[in-house]
Design a protein around this ligand. Sequence first.
Ligand SMILES: [Zn+2]
Length: 419
Amino acid sequence: MSPRGWAVLTLAGLVLALAVAAAVLIPWQRPPAPRADQLAALRDLPAEQVARGREFRAALRPGGWAALAIGLLVALGLGLTPLGSRLVELAGRPLGGHWAAQAVLGGLAVVLVADLVTLPFAAWRHAVLTRYGLATNGWGGWAVDLLKSYAVSAVIGAVALLGFYSVIRLAPRWWWALGAAGAAGLVVLLSFVLPVLVEPVFNRFTPMEPGPLRTQLTDLAARDGVPVRDVLVADASRRTRAVNAYVSGLGPTRRIVVYDTLLREATPAEVTAVVAHELGHAKDRDVAVGTLTGALGAAAAVVALYLLGSSGPLLRLAGVDSVAQPRAFPMLVALVTVAGLLSAPAQALMSRRVEARADAHALALTGDPAAFEAMQRRLAGINLADPDPPRLEYLYSASHPSTVERIAAARAYARKTGR
Ligand SMILES: [Zn+2]
């Protein structure tokens, strides 16, 4: 069989593995609470809070959709016309057009252009956040964050680009197989190292101060059977008033992080509800599951890019001879951008189901639906959430159940258990 035949077979296998992983590991049997219960929860929220959340989200919306549209247009403009391949050539020229220079500098130039065209929308977003009092970092802090994230992306991007195009040169016929394995490996590696190498670039993390709350939280983790070395506090208040918590990392780098803003704003019972939700993620190994599906997806993407990228019409549009050239990189970016936009609703749906399971875990672990509901109100109030966002937007991009869904789920739990 030809390498192409093997690639088709490999892609079929990867897609099947991804489908099986999604079917088995995502808690599909957890549909949202009935709509009537959600509407009842919505009526119980302060009208002023709901209105302010909706006003804020409406202010963000035009810039958000415009950034998406312009980002897509630029990716297509660079990838499906000869413009992108010329940019790659141009970027590699100072180093004599060497393939490695084209691969790294050209690749980064393409990504940078795509970032720069959406920069005005990012600035708009920051202006809205500032106007509504959510952002606390000012334009200086915003610019520093931006430069840091460019620097981090440039380092990771340079390593990935150099690795990818080295593999292509070493194995011109089988690079897609090595590239797929490399992409999967990179996803796993990043999941391990991001919490210890990248997150500290943006925030300082300190162990939670000893006290009754810390004891309560570590007891909760022990009762849950989740080995948690520490609860870390992030200095999120340096850039936002928003409250949040998350779990990241794998194995030795796994950690539960709460924002300092959460500790400042929420009651101990509410913080406990938040941490119980994060313990749910840890217990169900949601980071590991996300890493596994991400690795399978990345491997499938490389093989699919090899197959799609070898198509004559696409190559002609991009003005290149082969998908294996660094000059074809903008075409790959265009394909990845389209795939990302198309798969966003499925990713959001899976994320919402996983988040709903973590909510159920929090309710069962704390047995305190009242605190859970209070926590949801507080989260929505401070973060200026729309408690019941527009349907299309929710389906396209909501990573979490809506506030009214989460409150309705807490009330259903309270009814069921008589609490
Ligand atoms: Zn969560």
